[in-house]
Each structure stands twice: as C-alpha cells, then as structure tokens.
Design a binder for this molecule. Structure first.
Ligand code: UD1
Ligand code: CA
Length: 450
C-alpha cells in the first residue's frame, strides 16, 4: 500500500504566512500527523504533493517524497500531478489530505483492510457530523449505495441537509484511479478539478465503490480556519490526557493540562493544573509536575518534583526538586537529588549530584560538582559584554551569600567562599577565599554626628 498526501493548497482561510499543513496540532505539524498515521497503517511509501509554501514544507518534513503542483487547480489535479510517481505501481493507493490530522493509524489500517477485502475500485471514508458546513456531502442512491459527492458550494438546499460527509480519505486501485482522473472536469462552483468526481466516473464505468462510515467523527475533522485549528487541538489534548490516565498517570484537572502528542509520562506521576508538557518531553515515574509548570523538550527522571517552573531542552535526573519559580534554560543537566528553588535561573550548565541552589542564583555556563551549596544570591559572571566564559566548581564547594564568580574561573573541591566575595582568581582545593573589603567600625560616630 502506497500513500499520496495532498498538501499543496494555500489554506486561504487560515490567513497565515505559514503553509496550512505546517500549523501544529498537539505540538506537531498537521502534515506530520498524517504521515505518521499512514506509516502506522502499513504504508510503504508516501508521496506528498506540495505547492504553496513548498520550500518551507520541504525544510520541515523528511522521510517522504515530494511532488510539486505548480498551480493549485483542485484536489483531483493535485493527485494527477503525481501520476509519474505511480507509473509502475499496482494495488492500493491511499489518498489523504494534509489538513486532517486527527485520524489514527488504527482507523486507516481498518479502512484499507475493508477496501481490499471488498475488492472495490475505490472506497471513501465518511462520517456523520453535527455541523457539515464546508464539507463535501455523500449523496446515496435509493438502495443506500454510493451515488456521488457534492461539494458544499455546489450543493442544493436539500443536499446541504445531508450530514454524512466526505472525510477526504480514500483508497483506490491505483491504475484505475489515474485512468479515471484524466476524465475529471472543472465545471463547478470553484472551477476546480475535484478528486471526489473520480468516484462518480468509476461508478459510471461499472466499477465497485464502497463507503466506510467512521464511529468517531472527530477523527475526520478537517482544518481550514484558526477556529478549527483550536478545536482540533482541544480534541487532540483530550485524547492524549485520556491515554495518559489510562496508562496510570494522575491528571488533577484535564481541562487545564496541555500535553503534546509525542510526550511520554511514566506511571504514578501526578500532573497538577496549568501545566504544559511540550515537544519531545519525557517524564519518568512517581513525579509530581505542576502546578503551573512548562516543560519543553525536557527529559525528566523518576521521583522529580517541579512546581511553577519553566524548563526547556534540558535533562532533569531522578529525585530533583524544582521550584517554585525556576527557569532551566537549554543545554542544562541537573543530576540526581539536586534542589533548585525560589527564583533561580540555570543556563547551559551541569549541576552535580545532590548540589543545592536554594534561592536567587544565576548559574550560567557552569560545570558544578556534587554536594555543593550555593548561598543566596550566587552569580556566575559569564559574560564580559562580548564573549561568554565558563565557571568550574568542584565537589563539596560552599559559596557564601551574594558572591560573584567571574568567569573564566575555577573553584576546586572542598573550597569555601566567604559571603559577599567577588572571585576573579582560581580558588585551590580546601581553601577559604575572601574577596571583599574589610569592615571598619568607627567608635562614637553617632554621638559626634549629633
Ligand atoms: C475537501 C473535499 C471535500 C471533503 C473535505 C474533507 C474536494 C474537492 N473536496 O474539501 O469533499 O469533505 O476535503 O476535509 O476534494 N490541495 C492540493 N492542491 C489543490 C487543492 C487542494 O494539494 O489544488 C490539498 C490541500 O492542501 C488540502 C487538501 O488538498 O490539504 C484538501 O483541500 P481543501 O481545499 O482543504 O478541500 P476542502 O474544501 O476542505
Ligand atoms: Ca480541507
């Protein structure tokens, strides 16, 4: 089974600079969802028809073949423009649209099986939906067999009352499809070559046309506008949350929990409200995440607690406690049992096992060993206005409050730094460094002032 995916349209109704099929649902481009579902259904080859914003699509999507449809003259024309690619093909060609991201590989697999078992020339997936506005309607014969598809814009008043719609998902005998496609005309409201017309043409040549009605119409949702994009995201989120809960994750309030499609969460982890788990984030078991936490592309171990925190493109190991009010920026690795909380920023740094950054630190471009304690207000001074430099801190280092470590600088194992120091030179092992002016007390000063 091979697949062709139509993704050349401009998506005028989105009013966007981005091609429609690259808009994201559940954190993943719509087109990528469609490709992934096709592969999951057993497709061996995917040809994507691109046109509007073709270069952007090529940059964003890989692992498929592309065909350029220079002018977008309709869905039938889009399929026809890929004809050469299937010159030697036999058997089933599945046709999908790049703007219907909600169907699953499972649904497609069953659909293909039905098509192949019924020995039809073409099978179309249909759905009964509450609001059919904008969709092509399935018109049936008196005996309930397929008659034709009529587009919303071409439909009569009576046809518009039909709630069974074309999902834009088809299986064809590949050679019969391309032969019939050359006969499609563009005499309709939009002046376009409609792919659904091919079904009528095949039917008129006494070919068998089948329909499969889906149970869950939300899977066939097509996205043409921003409002539909938001609705699709909502469906995807609900589905993801259910899937996580079914696998043993507690979600306190699914309505305020936003988990992207590819995120993984381990058993007995609890997610508190207002939490966003995005991109390729992976969370282990027995964690407590949230409230109000955003993790984007973060690998999280087991037994981690994070609240009121934002972390991105980083790794957080087992037993770490984060928050409230922590920002972990890209390239950071927070080792086991580290504690970071109360207005701390960490950037591009490695924090060793069991170290503590309990309040008001900025740690940037730093390699810190294990068992360290950073006093309140510790700052790595990593930027001289032109270049960034690294700070190296050994194991079991104790930094007193309100200290600056001016990089490049090394503080060796076991060293202590007195509070209020500005450290510009390396501190050897087990030394105490004091870098502040001495205090002077002036006796009787207040009396003299009077
Ligand atoms: C299409 C169907 C409609 C169905 C609906 C399901 C046709 C004529 N109508 O309508 O019956 O109910 O999908 O969602 O097929 N495209 C191209 N090249 C073109 C035109 C479109 O590649 O020249 C692509 C678009 O990028 C899009 C897909 O084909 O991914 C569908 O096109 P769209 O304009 O969204 O069709 P609908 O009006 O939604
Ligand atoms: Ca559409």
């Amino acid at each position: 089974m091979e697949t062709i995916i139509l993704a050349a349209g401009k998506g005028t109704r989105m009013k966007s600079k981005l091609p429609k099929v690259l808009h994201k649902v559940g954190g993943k481009a719509m087109l990528q969802h469609v490709i992934d579902a096709a592969k999951a259904a057993g497709s061996t080859r995917e040809v994507v028809v691109i046109g509007s914003g073709a270069e952007l699509v090529r940059q964003e999507i890989s692992g498929v073949e592309f065909v350029l449809q220079e002018e977008q003259l309709g869905t039938g024309h889009a399929v026809l423009s890929a004809k050469e690619k299937f010159a030697d093909s036999k058997g089933t060609l599945m046709v999908l649209c790049g703007d219907t991201p909600l169907f699953t590989g499972d649904l497609l697999k069953k659909f293909v099986d039905t098509h192949e078992n019924s020995k039809s020339a073409a099978t179309v997936l249909t759905a009964e939906i509450p609001d059919a506005t904008g969709y092509g309607r399935i018109v049936r014969e008196d005996d309930n067999t397929f008659k034709k598809i009529v587009e919303h814009k071409d439909a009569t008043y009576y046809e518009r009352q039909i709630r069974e719609v074309n999902a834009g998902i088809y299986c064809f005998d590949v050679q019969k499809l391309f032969t019939a496609l050359t006969k499609v005309k563009n005499e309709n409201a939009q002046g376009e070559y409609y792919l659904p017309d091919v079904l009528t043409i095949l039917k008129n040549s006494a070919e068998k046309i089948s329909t499969v009605v889906v149970d869950d119409y939300t899977q066939t949702f097509g996205i043409n506008s921003r409002a539909q994009l938001a609705a699709a995201n909502k469906i995807m989120r609900q589905r993801k949350n259910l899937e996580l809960m079914d696998s043993g994750v507690t979600i306190i309030d699914p309505d305020s929990t936003f988990v992207d499609a590819e995120v993984e969460v381990g058993q007995d982890t609890i997610i508190y409200p207002n939490t966003y788990l995005e991109g390729k984030t992976k969370i282990g078991e027995d964690c407590t995440i949230g409230p109000s936490t955003r993790l984007t592309n973060v690998i999280v171990g087991n037994n981690v607690q994070a609240q009121f925190s934002y972390c991105h493109d980083s790794e957080i190991c087992d037993g770490v406690i984060l928050g409230p009010y922590v920002h972990i920026r890209p390239g950071s690795k927070i080792s086991k049992n580290v504690k970071i909380g109360n207005f701390v920023e960490v950037k591009n740094s490695n924090i060793g096992e069991g170290s503590k950054l309990p309040h008001l630190q900025y740690i940037g471009d730093c390699d810190m060993g294990s068992g360290c304690n950073m006093g309140c207000g510790t700052i790595t001074v990593n930027y001289d206005g032109k270049k960034k430099f690294r700070t190296t801190i050994g194991d079991n280092v104790f930094v007193g409050c309100n200290s600056n470590l001016v990089a490049p600088v090394t503080v060796e194992d076991g060293a202590y730094i007195a509070a209020g120091s500005t450290i510009t030179e390396n501190v050897p092992k087990n030394n105490l460094a004091i870098a502040r002016s001495r205090q002077t007390n002036i006796e009787g000063w207040t009396d003299k002032r009077k």
